[in-house]
Design a binder for this molecule. Structure first.
Ligand code: MN
Length: 381
């Protein structure tokens, strides 16, 4: 059997390294054709030595020049142009595990080139949903979810008629501050926010999970990916993170996907779909881990980000881009210790309040709106 070649955008991050773990353990099935990182050059070098890719992409030109000297056989690219080249390269699958808005443009170009894309980069659909899904429809390239909830929904949809779908039940762990009041949120620290109870992830998504913005972005991601109305999506807090999401059909049947929280499972499903890759990971033990599954309503009065994500999506146009752009800026400032946790949602609220929306945007317009949202957040602080 021919090996499946994979171009990985963001190979040193949390999803990227877990994807490489799958590739390493299935050397007859997969090979990594492209690896890429921003600035974690020493980690990238270890990956180059182990996986022998044809091409690598880094953020800065100076790093690219140094790498090209050290690895003369390797094609080395850099910057956004490099990421686009990596997305367009002749391969069997692109994995987009970039963080944030900068993942959108490479996804677009990869789809245009006819490449199937497994994407962990939810901001692509939050900001560019309309354009991206239009491109999917035009090219026939597949956009496969890596996000655990969306992979769960995608799995629950297999073999069922699309028109029978009544609603999507998107589960959320609730993050480290589940049950907190607004007053309690005033005083939480960066250290507390970085401790996710169930998943080990990159720092941006970990903060988004603590503010529930991650769930808000996922609601919008699901709306586009599964072509449903935003109000067909219900968020359910499920602290054990065993039920990864569910769908309800119009006969009242609910189908859920369950498993231990391990991102390698949804990554591998995106790689092998519609097949399943055999692994030797520990099975879910129903009598211990699944013995006490609980479900509760999210508190959208305390975690306003989730409520604002629903509202931004209902209003459409540049609202979701603005929600996402201001959030990216504010999370970065919070990670740098420059603002408080509560400032994230309070500032996004102000940015959205004063936002003058634009509609029917193309990619350039989306990029502009994203920049404007970041600036608006800074101005309002
Ligand atoms: Mn998720």
């Amino acid at each position: 059997m021919k090996k499946k070649t994979i171009s990985i955008l963001g190979s040193t991050g949390s999803i990227g390294t877990q994807a490489l773990d799958i590739i390493e353990n299935n050397p007859d099935v997969y090979s990594a054709k492209v690896l890429s990182c921003s600035r974690r050059i020493s980690e990238l070098k270890e990956q180059i030595d182990k996986f022998n890719p044809e091409m690598v992409v880094v953020e800065r030109e100076e790093d690219a020049l140094a790498l090209a000297k050290e690895y003369p056989h390797l094609q080395v690219e850099y910057g956004e142009k490099g990421l686009i080249t990596a997305a367009e390269i002749d391969c069997d699958m692109v994995l987009n595990s970039l963080m944030g808005m900068r993942g959108m443009i490479p996804t677009y170009h990869g789809l245009k080139a006819g490449n199937d894309i497994a994407f962990a980069n939810k901001e692509t659909l939050v900001a560019g949903g309309e354009v991206i899904m239009k491109t999917v429809a035009e090219t026939g390239a597949k956009l496969l979810p890596v996000d655990s909830e969306h992979s769960a929904i995608f799995q629950c949809l297999q073999g069922n008629p699309e028109k029978a779908l009544r609603k999507i039940i998107l589960t959320a762990s609730g993050g480290p501050f589940r049950g907190y009041t607004l007053d309690q949120l005033e005083n939480v620290t960066l250290e507390q926010a970085l401790k996710h109870p169930k998943w080990t992830m990159g720092s941006k998504i970990t903060i988004d999970s603590a503010t529930l913005m991650n769930k808000g972005l996922e609601v919008i991601e699901a709306k586009w990916l599964f072509d449903v109305d935003i109000d067909q999506i219900q968020v359910v807090v499920h602290p054990q993170s065993i039920v990864h999401s569910a769908v309800e059909y119009h006969d009242g049947s609910v189908i859920a996907q369950m498993g231990k929280p391990d991102m390698r499972v949804p990554i591998a499903y995106a790689f092998t779909y519609p097949d399943r890759l055999e692994n030797n990971y520990e099975s879910l033990d129903f009598f211990t881990e699944a013995a006490n599954l609980t479900f509760e309503k999210p508190d959208m009065e305390v975690f306003k980000n989730l409520k604002m994500a629903f509202e931004a999506s209902r209003m459409g146009g540049s609202y979701p881009v603005t929600l996402n752009g201001s959030n990216e800026m504010l999370v970065q400032l919070f990670l740098e210790g420059k603002i408080r946790f509560i400032d994230i949602q309070n500032t996004i609220e102000k940015v959205l309040d004063q936002h003058q929306p634009k509609y029917n945007m193309e990619l350039e317009g989306i990029v502009e709106a994203d920049k404007a949202a970041r600036q608006a957040a800074l101005d309002l602080l």
